[in-house]
Design a protein around this ligand. Structure first.
Ligand code: ADP
Ligand code: MG
Length: 333
């Protein structure tokens, strides 16, 4: 077990909101999201599909404002990225802050060799010479465990298997030695063994480079194994956050409790797997009170009327619920 020193945050996100739509249609995809990430720290962002995880990551990098409106504060080196112009953001993206996207094939260019793609990143974001860039490219492929790195530089993405392609994406993302990595479900499409290898890789690279990581996943098992902090999202908002050990050991939001009960490792063998009843609400017609209330086993009249706030002190345990689950293990019936 390693002891982590306490760092000042690399990235502090506060009151982040992204809204899509125009005219009468308004889609509040991300609402009042806040968290911070320190050097070498891994923050897990979890929640069902559509809860706003990818939009949160894209909003940090200024990618959501192409289609929507992003407000709030994304503090990076003392500056708010939300108010930076596109040219500044292009310098930061792929340089100091790198992102691995959810869809591997759409973020690799099928027409360019892997070597050229790594080289492009290095050209834009480092002052390395051609010789140094080539050496770095080989080093990166080596580092992510691609055998015969030197000869594979000349190959195209389709010549790599799914797992190897994911490694190539990580190599490109990390080539310019970013200080922060935003990884959007980097292993979802892969089989379990490769998934574990890629996660181990991200973990060890985070440690070696003292890099902060935001890891988006819908898998609480992955969070338990890799993350230091966790934020649970529901319908665009964080509903519970804190240190992974605390949140997973004693989940206090009924939604987190439900997610925990849906993890196969948490139930005895041959027990039907729990799934939270109902479906997430449409962002176009959110309930007046707590967005989770219609599905919540703990709901009271109050929950339908007002929305519980999240106490957002940085790094502290926070839960947005009027009826927090207090009992250990939180077995909400
Ligand atoms: P997830 O947690 O699965 O990553 P997303 O962050 O991708 O969820 O999406 C959150 C919500 O925002 C979804 O309802 C999605 O349909 C909506 N959304 C995402 N991108 C856009 C867009 N460009 N225009 C309109 N709605 C969007
Ligand atoms: Mg997503």
């Amino acid at each position: 077990m390693t002891l982590k020193t306490v760092h000042t945050p690399l990235l502090s996100v506060d009151g982040l909101c992204t809204t899509f739509g125009s005219g009468d249609v308004s889609i509040p995809a991300v609402r009042d999201v806040g968290f911070s990430v320190s050097k070498g720290e891994i923050l897990g962002l979890v929640g069902e599909s559509g809860s706003g995880k990818s939009v949160t990551l894209r909003s940090i990098l200024g990618l959501s404002r192409r289609y929507g409106d992003t407000t709030g504060s994304v503090l990076w080196k003392g500056e708010n990225l939300v108010s930076k112009n596109e040219a500044d953001m292009r310098r930061i993206r792929g340089g100091e802050i790198a992102m691995i996207f959810q869809e591997p094939m759409t973020s690799l260019n099928p027409l360019l060799t892997v070597g050229v793609q790594i080289d492009e990143t290095l050209k834009s974001h480092t002052g390395l010479t051609a010789t140094e860039r080539k050496a770095r490219a080989i080093e990166m492929l080596d580092l992510v465990g691609i055998p015969a790195a030197r000869s594979r530089l000349g190959e195209y993405p389709h010549q790599f298997s799914g797992g190897m392609r994911q490694r190539v994406m990580i190599a490109i993302a990390l080539a310019a030695r970013p200080k922060l990595l935003l990884a959007d479900e980097p292993t979802t499409a892969l089989d379990v063994t490769i998934q574990a290898q890629i996660l181990d890789l991200i973990l060890s690279l985070a440690q070696d480079f003292d890099m902060g990581v935001i890891l988006v996943t819908h898998d609480l098992g992955v969070v338990a194994q890799t993350c230091d902090q966790v934020a649970v999202m529901y319908a665009g908002r964080i509903v519970e956050q804190g240190a992974v050990r605390e949140v997973l050991r004693t989940p206090q939001h009924p939604y987190t409790v439900g997610l925990m009960r849906s993890v196969p490792e948490n139930v005895p063998p041959r027990t039907p797997l729990y799934s939270i009843p109902g479906t997430p609400p449409s962002l176009l017609s959110l309930p007046a009170g707590c967005a989770f209330a219609p599905r919540c086993p703990q709901r009271t009249d109050l929950c339908a009327q007002s929305r519980p706030l999240l106490a957002t002190e940085t790094g502290q345990r926070a839960v947005a619920c009027f009826n927090q689950v207090k009992n250990r293990g939180g077995a909400a019936a």
